[in-house]
Design a binder for this molecule. Structure first.
Ligand code: FEO
Length: 401
């Protein structure tokens, strides 16, 4: 028995699922696990597209052996050298001594850096080169910084399959399903896909745009990414999501309220703002406590919504550290093009509002802070009502534009 799935008449998924890993890249929680996708083409020549993380190597090797069914492995195409896909390259080379490695100059340099012995087995390709394996001819399209500089994608000109590397991937273990149309993607997967994209590739939006432009020039029928489901239907839905995310355009008109609260008073102010917005008819509101929400989720929600309210207590005369960390992540990920509202709190020397405004205006590209601001002294009371009303009105007016 194995976990192999047939992708097309002669292409097989031979990857592995990992539900034991808690933190992807040792930083991002993945409660639904992750898949490391590898694909094996059984043409006149046998061709493996990428390998898997060490954690999935056993399942992967078993899958490869089963599909080969006694045949030798002729080629391994390495589209991306990050170890969640390339850790098992050497294991393949040891087990299949006649296998040649097809990849690009930079990837071979990284193989050397990681200590892989590929001497005498390298077939180096350049952008636009082709290789014919029998019925199938593939072409190589370089995709630098999606998500490492050596990354490339491989397009099968025979059947329109795009081996898209990290592009069009998602967190989440496949658990037997292979195709996006075998799950309710928009209900059960999109949040993980967004969180994967924004946190892993989000910084490189212009490079994703460059790849999307290149993709328009070839007749793609199927995305075979290195993580998550394979796409064979409704590709436009997923392309549109990636187009928005990589242009830093929101998916939805709505308000993310992210609050940092020590004793519940800033939390109460955040909830009061949510209620004020909803009472006024803006009900697409999401409220998160930055102290108990992983920053990867906060980032993904920031990418989703058009407007963001930052509510922070003042801490050591600074922005509350966890809120600052969230803002720092947004900056590092090149986050842009949003309108912010500010709620500040403090019992003395209230500084967080001024500092958050400064951060947004100086550190985030094309981001605007609304003039209306709520300033709370320890806890919000009736005297703050006009400020809540004014900020809610300003947000709704801005959303309506
Ligand atoms: Fe899934 Fe950039 O590796």
């Amino acid at each position: 028995m194995s976990s192999v799935r047939k992708v097309t008449e002669d292409l097989y998924w031979v990857g592995a699922n990992d539900k034991r890993l808690h933190l992807f890249e040792n930083i991002h929680p993945i409660p639904r696990g992750v898949s490391y996708n590898s694909y094996l083409l059984m043409d006149e020549k046998t061709v493996l597209f990428d390998t898997v993380d060490w954690a999935g190597c056993r399942e992967f090797l078993k899958n490869v052996k089963e599909v080969l069914n006694g045949a030798d492995l002729d080629y391994l195409v390495v589209n991306h050298m990050e170890p969640d896909h390339a850790a098992s390259v050497e294991e393949i080379l040891i087990r299949y001594p006649n296998c040649q490695v097809i990849s690009n100059e930079k990837a071979f340099m990284f193989m050397h850096q990681f200590g892989f012995d590929v001497e005498g087995r390298k077939d180096e390709v350049k952008e636009g080169d082709t290789r014919c394996f029998g019925k199938h001819t593939v072409t190589f399209v370089f995709a630098p910084m999606v998500h490492w500089p050596e990354a490339m994608v491989t397009f099968d000109t025979t059947n329109g399959v795009l081996f898209s590397a990290d592009a069009f991937g998602s967190f989440g273990s496949l658990d037997g399903r292979l195709f996006a149309d075998e799950v309710d993607f928009d209900r059960d997967w999109i949040d993980d896909a967004r969180r994967y994209f924004c946190n892993i590739v989000g910084k490189y939006g212009p490079f994703v745009q460059y790849l999307l432009e290149k993709a328009k020039t070839v007749p793609i029928q199927m995305f075979c990414p290195l993580h998550g489901p394979v796409w064979r239907k409704d590709l436009g839905y997923y392309i549109d999501k990636h187009d928005k995310w990589s242009r830093y355009e929101p998916e939805e008109k709505g308000v993310l309220i992210a609050y940092a609260s020590m004793y519940g008073n800033t939390e109460a102010a955040a909830q009061a703002m949510a209620s004020t917005l909803c009472r006024k008819g803006m009900t697409n509101v999401a409220v998160y406590d930055v102290s108990n929400t992983h920053v990867s989720q906060l980032v993904a929600e920031a990418f989703k919504y058009s407007h963001i309210v930052l509510a922070s207590v003042t801490y050591n005369l600074q922005i509350y550290p966890v809120m600052y960390d969230f803002l720092h992540h947004l900056k590092v990920l090149n986050f842009q093009k949003r309108t912010f509202g500010i709620i500040e709190n403090g019992t003395w020397a209230i500084k967080s509002g001024t500092l958050m405004k400064e951060f947004v205006e100086k550190e985030l590209k094309e981001c605007l802070v609304l003039n209306s601001q709520v300033s709370v002294n320890s806890s919000a009371n009736e005297s703050n009502e006009p400020e809540f009303e004014a900020l809610a009105d300003a947000l709704i007016a801005s959303i309506g534009k």
